[in-house]
Design a protein around this ligand. Structure first.
Ligand SMILES: Cc1cc2nc3c(=O)[nH]c(=O)nc-3n(C[C@H](O)[C@H](O)[C@H](O)COP(=O)(O)O)c2cc1C
Length: 257
């Protein structure tokens, strides 16, 4: 699981909380914490020469089976650090890293509402990004330091039981969702071999072009012999051009990936 923690500060309770769950879940899920503190503020111009931190984020999301967002609540919303990471991941247009990724949201606060408002707002943004969200169970965690030890192990048996229940439900849901919700083209995107794609697209383009040229030339010969009216030749030319454009589009598209 790719884990994004929305707080950047060293003593973050959300970070500690996420690490505690990662430890509890180690026999069922592997938590990989994604660095989002070094992402620049979103700026479309930077795509001309994308920063390594942005490319790394997109690579790590692509490699994950799912994403866990752990957000603090800042002024009744989720943190700007998370929003910035979401925006980077959603672009360039047509290469939305979040699309069809299973995801869960959780959050902690020292008060009683457990980042509930922040989580609710985050839900709507992730839905727009076409993520597949787990609805239940939810975690609105009221963080008390005495519930955890120095190494972020959960001390309280009640909390342990509650969090273990969440991990069980989440891992079972991930297993179901990863296979059914990730479209085939998306899976092949994450583990495709770009060179192979290019070669296949090129072979397809050459074959199609050869076929269409052959159709055009044979129509032309027939026309010269007086067998085919000019309108047939014209329409075959239009078809040939259309099909060729589609082939070239696919070739360029695969190259871009
Ligand atoms: C800018 C700012 C705004 C905050 N707004 C809220 C809020 O709306 N609701 C809330 O429950 N806590 C709020 N808090 C308190 C945070 O929940 C608390 O600082 C928490 O420890 C932040 O998470 P972290 O420890 O993971 O950084 C706010 C804190 C900051 C710094």
């Amino acid at each position: 699981m790719a884990v994004l923690v929305g707080s950047l500060r060293r003593g973050s309770i959300n970070r500690k909380f996420a690490e505690s769950i990662g430890k509890l879940a180690a026999d069922r899920l592997r938590f990989h914490f994604i660095e989002i503190g070094d992402l620049p503020l979103y700026n479309d111009d930077l795509w001309e020469n994308p920063p390594e931190s942005v490319l790394r984020l997109k690579r790590e999301i692509a490699a994950a089976d799912g994403v866990v967002f752990v957000t603090p609540e800042y002024n009744r919303s989720f943190s700007a650090a998370i929003k910035n990471a979401i925006d980077w991941g959603s672009r360039p247009w047509g290469q939305n890293s979040w699309e069809a990724k299973p995801a869960a949201i959780m959050g902690a606060s020292p008060g009683v509402i457990g980042a509930a408002v922040a989580q609710n707002q985050l839900k709507s943004v992730l839905t727009v990004c076409a993520m597949v969200l787990m609805g239940q169970p939810e975690i609105y965690f009221s963080y008390k330091p005495e519930l955890f030890d120095e190494a972020n192990n959960v001390r309280s048996e009640d909390v342990k039981k509650f969090l273990n229940g969440w991990v069980d439900r989440f891992s079972a849901w991930i297993e179901r969702t990863v296979e059914t919700c990730t479209p085939r083209w998306h899976r092949s995107y994450s583990d495709h071999d770009p060179q192979k794609c290019c070669v296949l697209a090129l072979i397809g383009t050459i074959l199609m072009t050869a076929l269409l040229v052959w159709a055009f030339v044979s129509n032309l010969l027939n026309l010269l012999r007086g067998f085919v009216p000019a309108v047939t030749l014209f329409s075959s030319l239009i078809y040939a051009f259309g099909a060729l454009s589609v082939m070239v589009f696919f070739f360029v598209f695969h190259r871009a990936q």
